[in-house]
Design a protein around this ligand. Structure first.
Ligand code: P6P
Length: 339
């Protein structure tokens, strides 16, 4: 048995001295880890346990069919965080409004945003899915309920962020602003163990990830960029490789480790997606924080994702994220988008 094993719990404690030190943030992360372990166990059996397969027949506020596992994961993260006295307000993709702490529990100094189970339409076809989370310190006065202002902070203010990918193995990747580390769940002991220390994203990749079915609806510069990647005119002098899973966490995780660029640009055809499909608060911002901490970059094509001042809980943004030189090169092409 390797005595150099670093568990996630140990890593969180060792990181703790870098911030408040009171253990509040560590307690939040530990609760997220607990909920992720429970979700991982359910996802592993989703193919078997009929009662959480298939749709509830209801739709979430995005108007999307809600899979039972979505509902389950959402409740799990809320109930894991609302009673510990460290959180004052939460927001979830599955909840129309911000989530206040029940009156019987104390309010804390942190704000948690999360997408409990992103890519859930892939559950029934056994494709990797994920949880994405971001953690802020509150900006409203201590003690009382959290506010919308607490939720609408720019990504640049993130205190911590991470994701869990439920796949052939369950991996949790997180940052508190001191680099990015990945931990693999060892089901035999039920612990996340450090497996990807100090993740850094290659400056330039050779993979691009996007839904090319939307090509006709993209703006001029975006179309020209994808054509450029598929030609020998790009810096690699050969076409990039196309890899698209259709599950954001899975596509992001691969590009984080191998390098590459993921694009979900604005879509001029779908009135629901004039500024893209993905959500700023609990999808783009946490992944952008991780990308920048790993030496990558995330942009709308026109500005850094992390600089955006949010205006609503579920606002969508174009998301161009990955290897820094690739994303910067896209920004040059995007200058033609509004010609
Ligand atoms: P499209 C999954 O539904 C999701 O929210 C992300 O996980 C994924 O990146 C994106 O939508 C895929 O969208 O339009 O290509 O199916």
């Amino acid at each position: 048995m390797n005595d150099k094993i670093i568990s996630l719990d140990r890593h969180i404690i060792e990181e703790q001295h870098r911030y408040s030190g009171r253990g509040d943030f560590s307690a939040i992360l530990s609760q997220i880890v607990f909920a992720a372990k429970v979700v991982a166990a359910q996802v592993a059996h989703a193919g078997i346990v009929e009662d959480i397969l298939g749709k509830t027949g209801s739709k979430n506020i995005q108007g999307e069919e809600v899979q039972k596992l979505d509902v389950y994961a959402n409740r799990l993260f809320i109930n894991a965080l609302n009673y510990i006295g460290k959180v004052c307000v939460m927001a979830s993709e599955e909840e129309k409004d911000m989530i206040l702490i029940p009156p019987e529990f104390p309010r804390g100094d942190y704000v948690v945003m999360f997408d409990p189970l992103d890519g859930s339409t892939n559950i029934d076809v056994n494709v990797s899915i994920g949880t994405i989370f971001g953690i802020y310190r509150r900006v409203s006065p201590p003690g009382g309920d959290g506010t919308l202002e607490d939720c609408l902070q720019p990504g640049r203010k993130l205190f911590g962020a991470g994701y869990v990918i439920y796949s052939s193995s369950t991996i949790l990747v997180y940052t508190t602003g001191n680099g990015v580390n990945g931990f693999s769940l060892d089901p035999s002991v039920g612990e996340f163990i450090l497996s990807h220390p100090n993740i850094t994203m290659p400056r330039r990749g050779k993979i691009y990830s996007t839904n090319e079915g939307n090509y006709p609806y993209w703006k001029k510069g975006t179309r020209e960029y994808i054509d450029y990647l598929k030609s020998d005119r790009n810096t690699k002098k050969e076409p990039y490789t196309s890899r698209y899973i259709g599950s954001l966490v899975a596509d992001f995780h691969r590009n984080l480790l191998k390098g590459g660029i993921f694009l979900y640009p604005e879509d001029t055809n779908d009135p629901k997606k004039p500024t893209g499909k993905l959500r700023l608060l609990y999808e783009a911002n946490p992944l952008a924080f991780i990308a920048e901490q790993a030496g990558g970059y995330a942009s709308t094509g026109y500005e850094p994702i992390l600089d955006i001042k949010p205006t609503s809980l579920h606002q969508r943004v174009p998301l161009i994220i990955g290897s820094k030189d690739d994303v910067l090169e896209y920004e040059e092409f995007a200058k033609k988008n509004n010609e």
